[in-house]
Design a protein around this ligand. Structure first.
Ligand SMILES: Nc1ncnc2c1ncn2[C@@H]1O[C@H](COP(=O)(O)OP(=O)(O)OP(=O)(O)O)[C@@H](O)[C@H]1O
Ligand SMILES: Nc1ncnc2c1ncn2[C@@H]1O[C@H](COP(=O)(O)OP(=O)(O)OP(=O)(O)O)[C@@H](O)[C@H]1O
Ligand SMILES: [Mg+2]
Ligand SMILES: [Mg+2]
Lengths: 228, 228
């Protein structure tokens, strides 16, 4: 499904250039569940932003379902992403003036889903993450972990082809973290979604089928997870 | 140093009332290092906001150094906090239009520290957290973990009396997380600062001298950490 070949991303010029990614080559099959791990500053979020079409590489190629993503205009990227990719950001990013339910429904209204199907999918996703009772609250009225789970519900509700989750359990206790992993697992079994999750938690990494290790902008390891 | 007696905090009224804290009684001695742990939604951030004078309890008493905190006006609270308390928020909260260095120096300029002492303390704190090389970058130009460490440097630089850290290692890999704990330890040894940190990480909890467990707005456990 996903082919990255020698993907690079740098910021700045000359001596001050920051090479966030230096030639990343990676293939991800449809339906795979991959954990992306590595030290702070190693390039994980940068790679996720490129996968999620929020950013373009400065070098290399990115093909999704056989289509060259670097050839799309910004508008085409946004449309493609809206239909097929879901993203959980490292910093949560809920819209503060919408309730939890409205936040979860928003991407689906952009995708032009019928109102009742949208509501049903939204409530089911909130339920799965244990936060359905907070559907009418605003982001400022929730705890950090509750807001994070609403952001995750928003990502899984439309049943995307590709789910990109940047540290989805960062602000969660063990119990809520397990709820999240179970929700991903369930989505994976029901829809065959491809999942890439960034995590610092070895326990979370073990839930994936494969671990890609990043360091200093390069892939330094790519191993299946044995003995799950 | 800190006395909380039957502290309660609720939101809303009537049937919809949310009891975020239900009668928390807790004493913290000067120089203690306490870990506050508990499930998502159990009231940790609410308790931290009250300790940090960002919020008032709806019931109960809060005394700091013998002084009744609930009797202070909003302006007095802000002034007291500025001089004596430092806070690391669950969501980082750096000012996006200031560089890392400027962000770290800001609380010290409010406290009217001399410019050279301020700069020196800021650079030392950034160094301790392994992010001194990022001092001229803006928050949007840093990784999540790097931004979190700048927020921590900002909290420790002025040498506060009370350091409140809400999930300071949430977005960090093991190595950066250890840097943070070492920085707290070092500050604790040098200045005898009182530290309360919220964490979901048992490993981080073990670095404290005592663990207070919160559940559903109440203290359900309060134990010294044996065998460190
Ligand atoms: N403005 C508000 N209105 C209503 N309920 C609120 C409001 N703010 C917080 N709450 C509720 O108060 C409870 C405690 O929230 P708090 O943020 O203290 O939890 P927490 O222990 O920090 O959780 P987490 O580990 O998820 O960060 C939660 O159930 C939350 O939904
Ligand atoms: N706009 C920018 N200008 C300069 N450097 C940048 C910019 N954005 C990111 N970087 C740098 O690129 C590198 C990779 O950042 P990235 O956010 O991908 O790291 P990460 O692996 O997600 O880290 P973390 O685990 O801390 O979230 C970092 O060294 C970061 O400082
Ligand atoms: Mg990141
Ligand atoms: Mg919290």
């Amino acid at each position: 499904l996903i082919e990255l070949r020698e993907v690079s991303r740098s910021y700045g010029e000359g001596e001050a250039t920051v090479h966030a990614l230096r030639g990343v080559t990676l293939s991800i099959k449809s339906g795979e569940m991959v954990a992306l791990m590595g030290p702070s500053g190693s390039g994980k979020s940068t790679l996720m932003n490129i996968l999620g079409l929020f950013d373009r590489p400065t070098g290399g190629a990115y093909t999704f379902g056989g289509q060259d993503m670097t050839r799309l205009s910004a508008r085409q990227q946004a449309s493609f992403r809206g239909r097929r990719i879901a993203f959980v950001f490292q910093g949560i990013h809920l819209l503060p003036r919408l309730t939890a339910l409205a936040n979860v429904e928003l991407p689906m209204s952009y995708a032009r889903m019928a109102a009742n199907t949208r509501r049903e999918s939204a409530l089911k996703a909130l339920e799965l993450l244990g936060v359905a009772h907070l559907k009418d609250r605003y982001p400022s009225q929730m705890s950090g972990g509750q807001a994070q789970r609403v952001a995750i519900a928003r990502a899984i509700a439309p049943g995307p082809d590709l789910l990109l989750a940047d540290e989805p359990t960062g602000a969660l206790d063990r119990k809520s973290g397990e709820l999240v992993l179970q929700a991903f697992q369930e989505l994976h079994e029901e829809t065959g979604v491809t999942i890439v999750l960034v995590t610092h938690d070895a326990f979370v990494g073990q839930h994936a089928a494969r671990i890609v290790a990043l360091e200093d902008g390069q892939v330094i390891g790519d191993q299946p997870v044995t003995d799950r």
